[in-house]
Design a protein around this ligand. Structure first.
Ligand code: ADP
Ligand code: ASP
Ligand code: MG
Length: 403
């Protein structure tokens, strides 16, 4: 008998019929002799709808009250699914994140799981119940409800799988697995049978929303056996693991796009030691993460530094730097928000110098201008105009994976 953690995303539980479908998948797994803990997301667009409701009342609502509100979506799904399983005659209990012992840090809206007290779940499993747990939420040290950030139910599931030492964590979603690009946007995207934790972590961090990036980080850390599969098609999905067998010599596993990018350029900065330190320490004190950084070669006694941040951090970053304009010493700041980052990912690319140039050739072939480039052992990212991003993804995908 195995212990299996299953997670079902918003589309998979969007209406009564789909909840019945999920109840069937869970009870089939249970009937096959397994213990099952299932983590559910809020139905369909519930989380977006709740955010819209809050905005109508108070666009500056505190993060604490937002978490109080947003956590309710997952409670609805879990209670409804438990009712469906009850009706099918199986023992079941639904638990909120806090009943399930999910302890997080205090960061409302983007909390991190610190520990899970599994006693309640273990005792429910001990009496042979199917356990349903609300995704995306926990309790902080003030005993307030926190949420884990958009897409965070994946992380709830992997964290539970790690804490319970589950044999397998299955992420059921609305596509059949992890593809070489978003299958809803790129025709010819291919499903991968398997992918390494490292490659999946890069893809997820670079915009492939099929898995929450922190769920992959955690799966790697605790070596959780992870599988992404469809709740609608009975087919094997994609296995995410430490090492994969490479059948073909593919250096690139996928292409990802991230629109959540803004760029700031400090123009005519004084060219003297300590300037980069000053700029980036001011931003880090405000918890603003910086991604791609580009510094020009000095001309005369000035230089420029451009860098990217999340779009939501753009204004805050501009304000802090403008407040310190005199002590940093720059002429003005340029801000752009209509940009996107397109990336290729693959563990094999470090040893293949041709990979980056093949990507640039594809972008050139589509007559698209690259504004910034950043590389690491496992990825190449380019920054370009948002309106060109889909065309660039299509051209790059075609170059590496064919039609
Ligand atoms: P869920 O609600 O089940 O958590 P999400 O919407 O968060 O589902 O994630 C699934 C979506 O991720 C798919 O519908 C697909 O459009 C998108 N996606 C983006 N990149 C990829 C990729 N490389 N492989 C598979 N899906 C991807
Ligand atoms: N319901 C949350 C969201 O929409 C969490 C999740 O779906 O993973 O972001
Ligand atoms: Mg998701």
């Amino acid at each position: 008998m195995a212990l299996i953690v299953q997670k079902f995303g918003g589309t998979s539980v969007a209406n009564a019929e789909r909840i019945q479908n999920v109840a069937r998948i869970i009870t089939d797994t249970y009937r096959a002799g397994n213990s099952v803990v299932a983590v559910l997301s809020a139905q369909g667009d519930t989380t977006d709808d709740l955010i819209a409701k809050a905005m109508e009342i108070n666009p500056r609502a505190s993060k604490r009250e937002m978490d109080m509100l947003l956590s309710t979506g997952e409670q609805i799904s879990c209670a409804l699914c438990a009712m469906a399983i009850e009706a099918m005659g199986f023992p079941v209990v639904s638990l909120t994140g806090w009943q399930a012992g999910m302890k997080t840090n205090k960061a409302y809206g983007s909390a991190r799981i610190k520990s899970i007290d599994t006693e309640r779940i273990v005792s429910e499993l001990g009496r042979n119940a199917i356990v349903l747990v609300t995704g995306f939420q926990g309790l902080n040290k003030y005993e307030d409800i926190t949420t884990l950030g958009r897409g965070g139910s994946d992380t709830s599931a992997v964290a539970l799988a790690a804490a319970l030492k589950a044999d397998l964590c299955q992420i059921y979603t609305d596509v059949e697995g992890v593809y070489t690009a978003d299958p809803r946007r790129v025709s010819g995207a291919r499903k991968l049978d398997e992918i390494t934790y490292d490659e999946m972590l890069e893809l997820a961090s670079l915009g492939a929303q099929v898995l929450h990036n922190r769920s992959v980080e955690m799966a790697k850390k605790y070596q959780v056996k992870l599988e992404v599969l469809s709740s609608f098609a009975k087919k094997p999905g994609t296995k995410v693991k430490e090492v994969v067998k490479k059948m073909e010599k593919t250096y690139v596993v996928g292409v990802a796009k991230d629109k959540d990018i803004g760029r700031l350029a400090l123009v005519e900065l004084e060219d003297r030691p300590g300037i980069a330190y000053k700029v980036f320490s001011l931003l880090s004190k405000e918890n603003i993460n910086v991604d791609i950084i580009l510094q020009s070669i000095g001309r005369g006694d000035t230089k420029d530094i451009s860098f990217t941040v999340k779009r939501g951090d753009l204004e805050a970053a501009r304000q802090i730097l403008e407040e310190h304009q005199e002590s940093i010493g720059f002429d003005h700041i340029d801000v752009s928000s209509n940009l996107a980052k397109v990336s290729i990912v693959g563990a094999g690319m470090i040893d293949n110098p041709g990979v980056a140039s093949q990507m640039f050739e594809a972008i050139y072939g589509a007559r698209i201008n690259i504004q910034m480039i950043s590389t690491s052992e496992i990825k190449v990212s380019v920054l370009l105009d948002e309106e060109d991003a889909d065309k660039a993804v299509a051209a790059i995908h075609k170059s590496f994976f064919g039609e």
